[in-house]
Design a protein around this ligand. Structure first.
Ligand SMILES: Cc1ncc(C[n+]2csc(CCOP(=O)(O)OP(=O)(O)O)c2C)c(N)n1
Ligand SMILES: [Mg+2]
Length: 307
């Protein structure tokens, strides 16, 4: 993948932002099944990191997966339909917000459970000498899960082609990082000899640059690498569960990756992109709403009859 244009990056982030805002606006209508975790504020992470994805690479995402999925190239209509339990959804309307699988994109809501999956996939790809690498996205709070460290150990020991991306939005649900993390995030990788870089800003251009270096290291075959991105989510953890001080959220507004990047784009071009995205999002939800619901009759008999 070559250099990204400012316009392409802005469009990528805005698609996620407007999709997510629409999910939050429409959630009270009762059209979505299960819960949802939005990515509002963190868009630059997915867009900056996954810009360097090769078509055959594997992405393992978590409960906050919509942004990763859209940046991976997943269908917005398919995602809206999945949230609404429609047959046309990414997983036929059965996975919902947190459980997406399309091509080599996998998301799972079990915190930490995705890290051994990503590590195992990396082992398989290394043994097959496929040249594919694995992107494993986790949050800061997920570093409290023990299985994560077994996985880091194996990934480092066997020099597996996996990039661990920690999106540090400073909270695990309502618990601030100061209350759940001893030492440092970087120290947890350093303990296993995994090279780690930290991106201190939410500027997509900086993320892009740091990600390129970390990914090149993983592609070189010397083993895993880690990228810690300091970010912030503006919306609640899922829908209404926000216990943060509103003044704190306001203070972080100056880190909004869209506002930072929008300045680089000529106003007429920017409003053209904004109109396009507005139409794309509206069309995705409208089409999903018109699609038929998932048909329980199509669940395989083996699943229905399992003890
Ligand atoms: C094993 C497990 N424990 C608890 C939960 C409930 N849960 C979902 S998200 C979350 C907080 C995750 O925090 P973090 O890893 O920082 O990701 P963020 O939500 O901030 O993106 C919790 C506790 C879960 N999904 N899985
Ligand atoms: Mg977090």
């Amino acid at each position: 993948m070559g250099q990204a244009s400012h316009e392409e990056l802005y469009r990528g982030m805005l698609r996620i932002r407007r999709f997510e805002e629409t999910v939050l606006e429409q959630f009270p209508r009762g059209e979505f099944y299960g819960t949802t975790h939005t990515y509002i504020g963190q868009e630059a992470d997915a867009v900056g990191v996954l810009h360097w994805l090769n078509a055959e690479d594997i992405v393992v995402s978590n409960h906050r997966c919509h942004g990763h999925f859209l940046a991976y190239g997943g269908s917005m209509h398919g995602l809206a339909a999945e949230l609404m339990g429609r047959a046309s959804g990414v997983c036929g309307g059965r996975g919902g917000s947190q459980h997406l699988q399309w091509r080599a994109f996998y998301a799972n809501g079990i915190l930490g459970g995705t890290v051994p999956l990503a590590t195992g996939m990396a082992l398989a790809e290394k043994l097959a000498a496929s040249g594919r690498i694995i992107f494993s996205f986790i949050g800061d709070g997920t570093l409290g899960e023990g299985v994560v460290y077994e996985s880091f150990n194996m990934a480092a020991l066997w020099q597996l082609p996996v990039l661990f991306v920690v999106e540090n939005n400073r909270y695990a649900q309502s618990t601030p990082i100061e209350r759940n993390l001893a030492g440092t995030i970087e120290g947890r990788f350093e303990a296993f000899g995994i090279p780690v870089d930290t991106v201190e800003t939410t500027d997509v251009l900086t993320i892009l640059e740091s990600a390129q270096k970390a990914i090149a290291r993983v592609r070189s075959g010397t083993g895993p690498a880690a990228l810690v991105i300091q970010t912030y989510r503006f919306a609640p953890h899922s829908k209404g569960d926000d216990t943060r001080d509103p003044a704190e959220i306001e203070r972080y507004r100056e880190l909004d990756p869209l506002t930072i990047h929008a300045e680089r784009i000529e106003p007429a071009e920017r409003s053209r992109i904004e109109q396009d995205v507005e139409q794309e999002v509206a069309a995705a939800f409208e089409a999903a709403r018109a699609d038929p619901p998932a048909d329980p009759g199509t669940i395989t008999p083996a699943l229905v009859e399992a003890p």
